[in-house]
Write a protein that binds this ligand. Structure first.
Ligand code: URA
Length: 237
């Protein structure tokens, strides 16, 4: 693989930026300075360093982000900041995209990757990957709501939802807290399911996707690479 291509892939910028970097003698391959962008390298076998730091070459990258409210789940947006804007420059250049969408005001677990196949598999309606959400609700959630969620729903506009699992954490006259697990990912689905039983979601957070859980030590807006175990769990979803 060409050296400039490798550096572009790991996030050092456009072809031009990378070529400048190589010309400035900041890049070594197996300890030797290389100044030719077209030099043929094997990033899996050779030690490539930029300014003395090993590059993190992987064909596919998998990140887990604790999405804060206020960011859209897209790679570009004419109006709003996107989840990609939350990444450090080097990761922003990796051509990652979010696996599925959380609403702008929804927080929690979002996987970012450049692996189109994993994304496709996880989002395929045939796969029914479970997603679990924590929600605060205006209004009193009642045991009958659990049965309505479990039966599936058809909205007035004809939208249908497969059965979902509702767990009531707390239920007050004004505010309730719930967990909802659904196997689809339709537009505003949790909010609309709650509205169907006459209540309103006021806060929504995704806490699990397949076997992958939102880590408790990952603050809002922070992200990290998936561990091997987490990736395997996700691939088996
Ligand atoms: N359901 C919603 O209503 N919103 C989300 O962001 C995710 C699921």
């Amino acid at each position: 693989m060409r050296l400039d291509k490798v550096l572009g892939h790991v996030g050092y910028g456009s072809r031009k930026e990378v070529q400048k970097l190589i010309k400035s003698k900041k890049v070594t391959v197996d300890g030797k300075c290389v100044v030719k962008s077209e030099a043929n390298v094997n990033p899996e076998m050779q030690a490539i360093c930029v300014s003395g730091e090993d590059i993190d070459y992987q064909e596919f990258y998998y990140y887990l982000l604790n999405k804060p409210a206020g960011y859209v789940s897209a790679t570009e947006d004419p109006r709003d900041e996107t989840v990609i804007d939350l990444l450090e420059t080097i990761d922003r250049n990796k051509e990652l995209f979010p696996v599925g969408r959380l609403d702008k005001d929804t927080e929690g677990l979002l996987v970012l990757t450049n692996d189109g196949k994993l994304a496709h598999d996880l989002l395929s309606p045939k796969k029914h990957v479970d997603k679990t959400y924590y929600a605060k609700v205006a209004g009193k959630m009642v045991p009958e709501d659990i049965e309505i969620f479990a039966a599936g729903m058809t909205l007035n506009d004809g939208t249908t939802y497969r059965p979902g699992k509702l767990e009531i954490i707390s239920s007050g006259e004004e505010i309730s807290e719930i967990y909802v697990t659904i196997s689809e990912g339709k537009f505003h689905q949790v909010k609309k399911m709650v509205r169907f039983v006459g209540k309103e979601v006021t806060y929504l957070q995704r806490i699990q996707m397949g076997q992958l859980k939102l880590p408790e030590d990952l603050a809002l807006g922070e992200y990290r690479q998936l561990t091997k175990e987490e990736l395997v769990a996700l691939q088996q979803a």
